[in-house]
Design a protein around this ligand. Structure first.
Ligand SMILES: Nc1ncnc2c1ncn2[C@@H]1O[C@H](COP(=O)(O)OP(=O)(O)OP(=O)(O)O)[C@@H](O)[C@H]1O
Ligand SMILES: [Mg+2]
Length: 270
């Protein structure tokens, strides 16, 4: 199979392989593209929780991005957690300098347990300088609540918040609905042309480690392969759904997805 495009991933490492850079590389690869990485933090974690986070310095983050963009180049960029304002500034300056396109930001700021992972000042900077560079921003519900100051309890609240986040500068917003306690999941896409609601059944499972990382990488990959925003959302949400359904059930906590679900591995011995 021919490699279809190149995707740069700027994110943290998850030692358990279910989220972060590891989920991102698996997703980009399983959807047919070439993954490159700038690592922003190393975490020690498993399916039961995060034990340690070691941030990487801004100089090292910048160097990784520059080495990639000076040489190989990229068709899309997926940005995961940027843990402080210095890193946010560096990523902003570097991507702007190289005029990077198809930037997808997963604005990770709240841990599964509800704790804020980045400071108020970092959130302010993320909105002010990174959002306007982005083709797509993909907050979950708690993140959208922090970004807008609204409380989000249903689909209508989600639509209102998605529109508000769109007004902050990104070209498109996909507000993820995994956190509402509903039988159905609504993922809301806000574009300059209007709102599109993607609706699906919520799968009853604890294997949801890294759904957000996997979705944003799938979105960056689909955009890098020249699909439009609606088609990219449709295909990426379907990929995450299938990867949850076929999850291997590893670990004692929130288990990883099956990133290989898109592959036909009959020809594994080439
Ligand atoms: N139980 C589920 N059943 C079906 N789809 C799901 C389920 N949980 C999550 N998803 C899908 O995964 C996407 C991302 O999930 P979610 O809203 O939980 O994001 P997130 O909170 O950023 O994830 P993460 O915990 O990885 O940061 C959602 O848009 C939804 O389509
Ligand atoms: Mg997330």
């Amino acid at each position: 199979m021919k490699i279809r495009s190149k995707v740069l991933i700027i994110a943290g490492s998850d030692s358990s392989g279910g989220a972060g850079i590891q989920a991102d590389i698996k997703t980009v690869t399983a959807l047919g593209s070439y993954a490159m990485t700038a690592i922003t933090a190393v975490t020690a974690q498993n399916t039961q929780g995060v034990k340690k986070i070691i941030p990487i310095s801004k100089a090292v983050v910048e160097k990784q991005i520059k080495m990639i963009l000076d040489d190989i180049g990229t068709h899309a960029v997926k940005i995961g957690m940027l843990h402080n304002s210095e890193i946010i500034q560096t990523v902003y300056k570097t991507l702007k300098k190289y005029k990077s396109k198809n930037i997808v930001l997963d604005p990770v700021m709240i841990a599964k347990g509800g704790a804020k992972l980045i400071s108020d000042n970092s959130i302010k900077n993320l909105k002010k300088i990174i959002f306007p560079l982005c083709t797509l921003v993909t907050p979950n519900i708690p993140e959208a609540e922090v970004l807008t100051g609204y409380s989000i309890l249903n689909k209508e609240d989600m639509i209102k918040a998605a529109k508000k986040i769109l007004s902050m500068g990104p070209k498109n917003v996909l507000l993820k609905g995994g956190h509402l306690k509903n039988k159905m999941i609504f993922d809301i896409l806000a574009t300059k042309k209007g709102i599109k609601v993607f609706k699906k059944r919520k799968i009853r499972t604890k294997n949801t480690h890294g759904t957000g990382c996997t979705l944003s990488s799938a979105l960056a990959t689909n955009l890098s392969q020249k699909r439009n925003i609606i088609k990219s959302c449709k295909l990426s949400l379907k990929y995450v759904d299938k990867a949850i359904i076929s999850a291997p059930g590893y670990g004692k906590g929130f288990g990883p997805l099956n990133h290989l679900v898109s592959l036909n591995l009959k020809n594994i011995n080439v």
